[in-house]
Structures are given as structure tokens and as C-alpha cells.
Design a protein around this ligand. Sequence first.
Ligand code: OGA
Ligand code: NI
Length: 363
Amino acid sequence: MNIFQDWPEPIVRVQSLSESNLQAIPNRYVKPLSQRPNLPSHNHHNPHNTTIPIIDLGLLHTDDITLQAKTLDEISKACRERGFFQVVNHGMCPLLMDRAKETWREFFHLPLELKNMHANSPKTYEGYGSRLGVEKGAILDWSDYYYLHYHPSSLKDYTKWPPLPLHCREILEDYCKEMVKLCENLMKILSRNLGLQEDILQNAFGGKEEAGGCLRVNYYPKCPQPELTLGLSPHSDPGGLTILLPYEQVAGLQVRGSDDAWITVEPAPYALIVNIGDQIQMLSNSIYRSVEHRVIVSPANERLSLAFFYNPKGNVPIEPLKELVTVDSPALYSSTTYDMFRQFIRTQGPRSKSHIEELKSPR
Ligand code: OGA
Ligand code: NI
């Protein structure tokens, strides 16, 4: 479907720029003044930093129905207001989380020639990449990444996964399997919290067998001038639901707060960060919010994150659920498909929330 077969200009690995000890970053990575980050100071604790709720999913399995209801409520509020929350006791084994991070850290430290054997193209984006979008001359982000498909099984192709480090593919298989389980559970909770049957969102995604699951591993090398650039430009996630495994040691993710300020997320130990994507914002007719976020980089530390995206099947129509559309709350979005929607970010790169705004129904 993508008419672009290759990148518009030669690919430069940000990691090789970082490792060449430049004093100044190339102009291609320098953001216009209005987009540059205000780096959080190390001396002052930012009062905004505590505002991503931490939700204990373990409480959903206690016998205490009051606690269960309270937890469901917290999730509901987070989806409607912040669009982002952290979960603990999520069922994912801490050891597996550590192994997944470690194997990807090792991957990015393999020699460039090995990584380049899996260099990606804009046709599918699968593999080792260094840019999003195919516009010639675009200002780029300070990051490399690896992108792969896990679900549905028809799209899973082990030959596109890294053969090294040893055990990387097995760890990935285990990790992604757990991620799908967690996403399926969250989909039920989100459906119930809309007052609807628990399988309604899953069905709207085309069913369990057909829903998409893919992993984007982000690598943010050290940057000599972090005040001039971003690791990832402001965007909302185009898919359904995102589950992020962050590096706890190095902050980087910032989320747009209600007053438009950027909130720096401080991950709790072994927490996963959940956020609503554009497809669920559309299906829920804007009851749930897909919130803009970005990544800042550090002069002293590299950072790594594993973003698992759970998405609708590519060709099912996505439009506000009819159960949520009434005379008083008419459908806010015209119908699209995820395949079509994804083309925006794949060609233009991250552009705040402009992609979903374009689908607002004329009033
Ligand atoms: C993403 C993303 C945030 C991070 O991959 O879409 O927003 O902290 N990542 O790397
Ligand atoms: Ni994102």
C-alpha cells in the first residue's frame, strides 16, 4: 500500500553520530526554537512529576469488591483524563522484563554491520531504522529503533527478528506473548468501563486472532546538545493501546498535561506504562483520550524503551461505537481503517495530533 519503496536520503544511524563524539549535533537534528524542550533541572523536583497515576492491577483479583470497583474506577478516570497510567502487579514477570531490556541493550551495542543486515525500509518499517516519515529534508529525531510484528501470526516472521544476541528471539517470543495477554485483559476492562460488554473493543479490533501486535524498541543514544533536539517528537500513538517498558534509571518520556505543560514520567520499579492510542479514542468517541507525548534525551546516559502496540486488524472499519453515539453525543469521527490511518505517520512522521484531527467529522 505504501508507494515509498526506500528512504528519500541516505540513512545515518544516530548511534554512530553519538559515538563519534561530536561537540555539536548536525543541523538535521536541531528543532525549531518553539519545539525545543525545557529540560527539567536536576536541582528542583518538578511538582508535575507525580501526576501519572500508578494502578495496582493485582487488586482486581482480590475478593474485596470495593477495592475491585475502586481500581476499575481509577483506570476509567486515567483513560478519560490523562490518557496515560502506570500499572504494577500486571502479571509480567520481573525477570522477563529485565531479560528483554538486557537483550535489546546488547543488540544496540552489536557492530553496526550486523545491525544493518536488518535495515528497514518505509515499505513495512520492519527491522532496524533511524527515521519515521519519508519527507526529504525533514528534521529528524535523536533515536534509532527496531520494529517487528508479533501478531497476527500471518505477519510474524522470525527472519525479520534479530538473530543475535543469542536467545533474543526466544525472549521476544515470551515477552510479546505476555504483552498480548495483558492487552486482551485491558481491552476487557476498558470495554466494561464504558458500560459495554467486555468483548466490544476486541470485536471492533477484528477479534483476538486478527488484532495486531507489534514491538518498537527505541534506542536514544547520549546527546551532546539535548536542549536542541528530541528523542521522539510530539505524537499520539496511532494504534489502539500501547504498553511501554521504560528504562527506570533514565527519565525521558514526557506527557502533555491538562494545562499543556510537559509532565516527565518517573516510572515506578517494574511498572509498565499504558496509554490510549488514536484508534481507541475514535472507537470511544473521545471518551478515552489518546494523549500527546514526546521523549527528551540526555547528555550523560543512553536510554532504551520497549513499546508494544496493540492495534485493530488493518482493514476493519474504525468509527465511534454505535452504542456510544446518541443525539446528544453524535459521532465525532468519520470512518477509517487502521491501515489507512497509519499511512499518515509512516509518510509524514510524528506530527502532534494532526492525524486524528483530520478525521473529525464536520459539524
Ligand atoms: C513510542 C513512544 C516513548 C518512549 O514509541 O511511541 O512514545 O519513552 N515511546 O520511548
Ligand atoms: Ni508514542
